[in-house]
Design a protein. Structure first.
Length: 397
């Protein structure tokens, strides 16, 4: 599949001169990629490939959309609905309409979060923060606290003098890839150079957040985060669409659902649902009784993310990754402002959008699709870990 998609991207400008050819071939490639990487092997995809949704045909001007997602999510969560958002429609149509993709590179640079989001504009009763930055590297330049430029030797000294465990991250498109934890006893005068050799010109070193005991109850080794999805809806209001609690597997540092852990739905009042889901599995489990039943500071988290979303006017659908520290203060680890994961929220909570919202927004989506914009395709590079994005394919769909 990787070779086919790479071939499609390399040749799309020449091979697909008709707008509809670009759309239909691209839609099929995108859906196929996600079917192979998001759907459990014990689900029979083939039996639904030619079972087309009348509901989505009506919403999409007659497109033939297989009912794979409707049947897949229903098999896992028991919530039957025709309104599940199909992968291809989401990534190829809905998301480019909601979010201005050409702006993503600057906005998703983890080194710039504290610059782009002005926490001081929040209501003083809303407590939320970023992780403490030890040092960060932007285009080969080192900084103190993300603002004041410093020399390599000064940055190396800051790391040695921090005397705590730290988290090191690449600054783009991680999905957990490349995120490591360094214990304080492992850090010495050579550590920073080793990190430069590994990460290159863009990475950050920050505190390892000591999470609230209730958050740690999901899994002790990983910092377990909430994925909060905020949305600027068709009525012109910001809202929280869905919240998912994610947690890693035993011994893992990251909490991505693919890291052996799982995820659960969090209700509007901050209550943790007991059904535990895993990626690439149709099987569910029940959370152990010792795991918390409610999320600390949840009301404050929702209020803060909705208000902060207003500072990102180019993006109408944002996925926030929020931890909670020992004092109960929410910590913004990152946000995803282009294509927040579709799988987890629909598996845990049913269709992402209400039928009323789909009826309102889909006509706007199809009006937008006839205007020029950038398509950004996500690929897994076959010969090395991590992700690469091809940003330079601009066309009509």
């Amino acid at each position: 599949m990787y070779k086919e998609v790479l071939h499609f991207l390399k040749n799309s400008r020449h091979a697909y001169r008709n707008r509809q050819d670009i759309f239909h071939n691209g839609l099929a490639d995108m859906a196929e990629w996600h079917y192979k990487h998001s759907i459990a092997s014990d689900f029979d995809i083939d039996s639904f490939r030619h079972d087309y949704s009348k509901y989505w045909a009506q919403l999409s001007n007659g497109l033939k959309i297989p009912r794979i997602e409707q049947e897949y999510f229903y098999k896992i969560n028991g919530i039957k609905s025709e309104a599940y958002l199909p992968y291809g429609i989401y990534y190829y149509l809905v998301n480019p309409y909601l979010n201005r993709w050409p702006f993503r590179r600057a906005y998703e640079d983890k080194n710039m979060f504290h610059v782009l989001l002005r926490l001081q504009l929040l209501d003083e009763t809303v407590k939320i923060r970023f992780p403490r930055m030890v040092t960060n590297c932007i285009n080969g330049k080192f900084f103190i606290g993300g603002n004041e430029q410093c020399s390599f030797s000064e940055a190396a000294g800051l790391l040695v003098d921090f005397h705590e465990d730290v988290i090191v991250k690449p600054t783009y498109d991680t999905w957990g890839n490349g995120v490591i934890k360094l214990k304080k006893e492992e850090i010495n005068g050579d550590t920073l150079q080793k990190l430069v050799n590994r990460y290159g010109r863009n990475f950050l070193i920050q505190e390892c957040v000591h999470q609230h005991p209730r958050m740690a109850s999901f899994n002790n080794s990983s910092v377990n985060t909430l994925r909060v999805m905020t949305y600027y809806n068709s009525k012109g209001r910001y809202e929280c669409l869905r919240t998912i609690q994610r947690f890693g597997g035993e011994g893992t540092v990251i909490d991505n659902a693919s890291a052996g852990g799982g995820f659960v739905l969090v209700t509007a009042d901050g209550k943790v649902q007991r059904t535990k889901y895993r990626m690439l599995s149709t099987h569910t489990e029940t959370l152990p009784t010792q795991v918390t039943t409610d999320i600390p500071s949840y009301e404050m988290i929702i209020k803060a993310t909705i208000e902060l979303h207003k500072q990102l006017p180019h993006f109408d659908l944002v996925g926030w990754d929020i931890a909670v520290d020992r004092e109960g203060i929410p910590v913004i680890l990152e946000y995803n402002c282009v294509a927040p994961s579709l799988d987890l929220p629909q598996i845990a909570g049913g269709p992402l959008f209400s039928e009323e919202e789909l009826q309102a927004v889909m006509p706007r989506v199809f009006s937008f699709k006839n205007t020029p914009h950038y398509f950004v395709n996500q690929l897994v590079w076959p010969d090395k870990p991590g992700y690469v994005w091809c940003d330079d394919y601009s066309f009509y769909i």
